[in-house]
Design a protein around this ligand. Sequence first.
Ligand SMILES: *[C@@H]1O[C@H](CO)[C@@H](O)[C@H](O)[C@H]1NC(C)=O
Ligand SMILES: *[C@@H]1O[C@H](CO)[C@@H](O)[C@H](O)[C@H]1NC(C)=O
Ligand SMILES: *[C@@H]1O[C@H](CO)[C@@H](O)[C@H](O)[C@H]1NC(C)=O
Length: 438
Amino acid sequence: MKLLLCLCLAFALTLAQDHHGQKDDHHGHHGDHHGGANLIDCCKGVEMDAATENEEGIPYFFKGQFLYKGFSGKAELSNESFAELDDHHHLGHVDAAFRMHFKDDPTHHNRIFFFLDNKVFAYYQHKLEEGYPKDISEVFPGIPDHLDAAVECPEPDCDEDSVIFFKEDEIYHFNIKDKKVHEKTFKNMPNCTVAFRFLDHYYCFHGHKFSKFDPKTGEVHGKYPKETRDYFVRCPKFSDDSDHLERERCSHVHLDAITSDDAGNIYAFRGHHFIREDPDKNMTVDTIENAFKELHSDVDAVFSYQDHLYMIKDDQIYVYRVGEPHTHLDGYPKPVKEELGIEGPIEAAFVCADHHIVHIIKDEHMYEVDMSVTPRVVKAQVPLSLLKKVDAAMCGPQGVTVVVGNHFYRFASPMIFVAGRMMPRQHRVSRELLGCDH
Ligand SMILES: *[C@@H]1O[C@H](CO)[C@@H](O)[C@H](O)[C@H]1NC(C)=O
Ligand SMILES: *[C@@H]1O[C@H](CO)[C@@H](O)[C@H](O)[C@H]1NC(C)=O
Ligand SMILES: *[C@@H]1O[C@H](CO)[C@@H](O)[C@H](O)[C@H]1NC(C)=O
């Protein structure tokens, strides 16, 4: 369940693509793959140049000559996907980008526009459109060169289908239909270096911070700016003034593990922190180091069984007796193979109340191990029918909760989870599981 340590701008997506490959990304860093070009450590706070979604809704982030696609956080050279951006070396890097997707404009629908210096490039499925690059002033009359940021704003988010351009503290609403510019003043809005529409929200990145804004008025509601790395990047440390509980509830970064203990407390683990929700729905956050010192951080799977938390990290298992404080049992950690009869690492594990069976998810299968007999051995193995990868899972009065990326699914029983034919309704982890209020 571990993602790589520093997923550079690791956006969690609603999309299926989001679930592929992330667990394979144990490389940790992505430098040195490209002729010695040095990549930035995203956890030190990174300033992107531009961002847009592609035609399938996968976020693309640009920094210098690099492109970060979606959630994998792996950098590649942007000219590998958009070759012609390189033919005009003097133009430099991408200043701004957006995806045109307005239903009433079939000629430009689903084009991705890039702005470099005084030129605009339009791509459709990674192919440069005929006649491009063109001068910005030709395609978007009234819009200046050397932009800072751009974002699409379809109806009804904006009064009419528009593109919002940013340059220093000037903001231009470009109306797609009449090709007229309406200059607006967005009071209190920072100078955006990146503007990005994601899951129906509008984000302005400025430095290594971001604010969510109303595209009609430029108003920023709620407590912003926030640190980009706190919400979009998996980092071992956060900024000193980070609100840990708020961040852990609302982060876009995927969970590592989740479990509920016999008393009805829920524990959700991510990186170095975990949230505990007690039966009264009171939530607290703590570091793993503080409560589970031996484990330190980055757990793969956790299940609870008879007042103990079984915590799996790589091929080792740690066992804690639940209490204040939790106590680590003597003789642990042990190899997962020795304790459970199955090789670690695993993706997720859970026990349903009062049962002795631990259900282990690994390599597209669910394995069953009976905790009441020793030595413990795998007694059943069933392929997963609906989900290929699982980040975390737990079992409770509401059945089996399975977390994949930013979403979770509920199944009435472990058997329905493995053998079901219909995907159940998708829920958002942040809002519906962790109580994030925005
Ligand atoms: C992309 O850019 C790199 C570095 O500037 C260069 O070595 C490579 O040949 C380029 N690739 C393409 C497909 O243009
Ligand atoms: C925003 O841009 C304007 C114009 O360049 C500049 O005067 C102002 O200081 C900038 N504001 C911030 C917060 O950087
Ligand atoms: C929630 O738990 C914390 C820590 O145990 C406690 O300080 C706080 O008062 C509790 N809040 C509520 C609303 O019960």
